[in-house]
Design a protein around this ligand. Structure first.
Ligand SMILES: Cc1cc2nc3c(=O)[nH]c(=O)nc-3n(C[C@H](O)[C@H](O)[C@H](O)COP(=O)(O)O)c2cc1C
Length: 340
């Protein structure tokens, strides 16, 4: 099976396919009169007209057209699109052809430029489109005057998805690192990400020291007991000043937590691995204080965390994470509302 762009010479075959599908599949959900009225409009001329302002595709197998679908602008909107005329021949339904057609349409330039894609969906097509991630527009789950559901999907652009992927793929890495040095430009970019984090009343209580000098790194690693990140070629040490943001409110912990997460994301985005080592160095044995002394950190700063930076030698392990529904809800605690 291939999916290709519609050509004018396909108009008759597409019309036949649509009419056959309506007569065999859609008729189960609608009155015969309604379907016969619809069939009258599904002429080869109608297909040519539709193809004149949409990007129309057909699924072809052994020379026969077995599916079709189109995408075009949603009215005159530049950033919204609509899917039209999605049909799969009854003999080929359930074989992934509908999915392949919708995935093709979602890669079309009308989809890529859109932040929202709408589908006027038949009762027959509803479960399929829901499986493809489309939901009731404005949460209206009733049929319109044409007997169709209005479904929609909000698209995430490639840049937005890449950003989300960095966040979702960050892991605590505790394995060995490759010996490759981390360029200063990258360490600087990571620290800039840390300093860009929000801080309570903008007090900017977090400071950072990147360590990439091998001799200094060895001295630090020698005091970390039990040892962690022994092979990391660089490390960022996080310092905090416990100063109040206002009245007696000190947000230093929140400030450095935000800075650390920003840095972990920057580390991930740049292709490195790390781990938030805080519990390990701030326990009763006060390893952080020993590292602070090696780095000549003044008394009014506390060294609270070390972040190794380097290229991983192995895959990070995925910890158990609770399901979304166990920890996040819409409009009230443990509400069972749908996610999309
Ligand atoms: C405040 C804080 C302290 C942490 N301290 C340590 C630590 O001392 N040693 C360690 O191996 N991991 C430490 N971690 C990492 C957590 O164990 C890790 O984030 C958690 O197991 C979830 O795994 P993930 O980061 O891959 O999602 C710390 C994380 C946080 C937020």
């Amino acid at each position: 099976m291939i999916i290709r762009r519609f050509q004018p010479s396909d108009a008759q075959a597409v019309s036949d396919l649509v009419i056959t599908t309506i007569r065999i599949s859609n008729i189960r959900d609608y009155s015969a009169k309604m379907m016969e009225d619809l069939i009258k409009t599904q002429t080869p001329h109608h297909m040519l007209e539709r193809a004149s302002w949409t990007h129309f595709y057909v699924a072809e197998e052994e020379g026969a057209i077995i599916g079709c679908g189109a995408i075009g602008p949603y009215w005159d909107k530049e950033d919204e699109s609509s899917l039209f005329t999605i049909f799969v021949h009854p003999d080929h339904q359930g074989q992934g052809i509908g999915r392949a057609i919708v995935e093709t349409l979602e890669k079309d330039e009308f989809a890529l430029r859109a932040k929202r894609i709408e589908i006027p969906a038949s009762i027959t097509g509803l479960p399929f489109y829901q499986k493809m991630g489309y939901t009731f527009k404005n949460a209206v789950d009733t049929l319109d005057e044409e007997g169709l559901y209005r479904l929609e999907k909000y698209r995430v652009s490639e840049v937005q998805q890449a950003m989300l992927n960095v966040i979702l793929s960050r892991r605590s890495y505790r394995g060995k690192y490759k010996p490759d040095k981390v360029p200063r430009a990258h360490l600087t970019a990571i620290m800039e990400a840390g300093l860009a984090a929000p801080s309570g009343c903008n007090k900017q209580t977090t400071s950072l020291i990147a360590v990439d000098d091998p001799a200094l790194l060895s001295r630090i690693k020698a005091v970390v007991d039990p040892p962690v990140a022994e092979t990391a070629p660089a490390m960022i040490c996080v310092l905090t000043q416990r100063i109040n943001a206002y009245r007696d409110r000190c947000f230093a912990t929140q400030d450095y937590a935000a800075a650390i997460e920003n840095m972990l994301l920057a580390i991930t985005a740049l292709g490195y691995q790390s781990c938030w080592y805080e519990g390990h160095i701030t326990d009763t044995d006060r390893i952080g204080d020993q590292i602070a002394r090696i780095l000549d950190v003044p008394e009014n700063y506390e060294l609270v965390c070390i972040l190794p930076v380097g290229i991983a030698n192995s895959e990070p392990t995925m910890p158990n994470k609770k399901a979304f529904e166990e920890r996040a809800w819409f409009n009230g605690f443990q509400q069972p509302e749908r996610r999309n």
